[in-house]
Design a protein around this ligand. Structure first.
Ligand code: CDP
Ligand code: CDP
Length: 221
């Protein structure tokens, strides 16, 4: 798998990683790994099983045994569709709680690396460039101010018809960022070899162009 190129896109919540990663992958014909989905699914499975979100041993077992199926843009967990449940605010907060544990992270590592298939992979998350694919051909640190990120998330929810409160969303975002940045295992960091892309006043289109240009500069046809 070593020779298969990876584009690693890491950054805080609602910076646009998922949007940019999906569009870059589509443009290049690459596979896509939404690594956050695995932490979200671990949280959803734990909540369903009545497992406390601070019980590392039980959470590690759940992460190792996740029975997931991704198909046609939908996600099933043990045969039950969880596409909406995994995007809920409870799953977002839960994901960042289970993600602090080294056991959980280790249990999800092989599953993430299995996405590295020809002709290439775009992975988005917090530790794509630092831990999962340290040999990534291109690493991007995608960010935006916390105010802009909270507004983006708010707009996304409202457009989906989900009621949301900007204040509590913003608070959740800050707490989650802090947990992601300060944990002992695979914290969110801006790597010295990552390109910094601050999209606070940049459209998603422009962010996609930036990543594709950086990729093509490194891989001239
Ligand atoms: O994956 P992540 O949580 O980092 O963010 P996302 O769900 O991809 O993006 C959050 C929202 O911001 C989406 O509705 C995007 O359309 C919007 N957006 C963006 O991704 N990039 C910009 N430069 C501007 C807006
Ligand atoms: O879309 P958003 O950026 O809000 O979240 P996500 O990428 O789906 O990730 C949800 C949570 O999973 C994050 O807050 C992190 O705590 C955790 N996560 C992680 O620890 N490592 C990753 N590679 C991806 C997500």
């Amino acid at each position: 798998q070593g020779g298969i190129p990876v584009i690693a896109i890491d950054g805080p919540s609602a910076s646009g990683k998922g949007t940019v990663a999906a569009r870059v992958a589509a443009a290049l014909g690459f596979h896509l790994l939404d690594s956050g989905a695995l932490y979200r699914l671990t949280a959803v499975a734990a909540i369903k099983a009545g497992v406390a979100l601070d019980d590392e041993a039980a959470l590690t077992q759940i992460a190792a045994g996740l029975d997931v199926r991704f198909a046609d843009g939908a996600t099933w967990l043990a045969g039950e569709e969880v596409s909406d449940a995994m995007r809920s605010e409870a799953a977002s907060v839960g994901a960042s709680k289970v993600a602090v544990f080294g056991g959980v992270r280790a249990a999800l590592l092989g599953r993430q690396r299995a996405f590295r298939q020809a002709p290439g992979l775009v992975g988005d998350g917090r530790d794509m460039g630092s831990v999962v694919f340290p040999d990534a051909a291109l690493k991007v640190f995608l960010t935006a101010s916390v105010e802009i990120r909270a507004e983006r998330r708010y707009k996304q929810l409202i457009e989906k018809g989900v009621s949301a409160n900007l204040e509590s969303l913003s608070q959740d975002l800050r707490e989650r960022d802090e947990r992601d940045r300060n944990r002992a295992h695979a914290p969110l960091v801006q790597l010295p070899d990552a390109l910094l892309l601050d999209t606070s006043s940049m459209s998603a289109d422009a962010a996609v162009r930036f990543v594709l240009d950086a990729w093509r500069e490194r891989n001239p046809q």
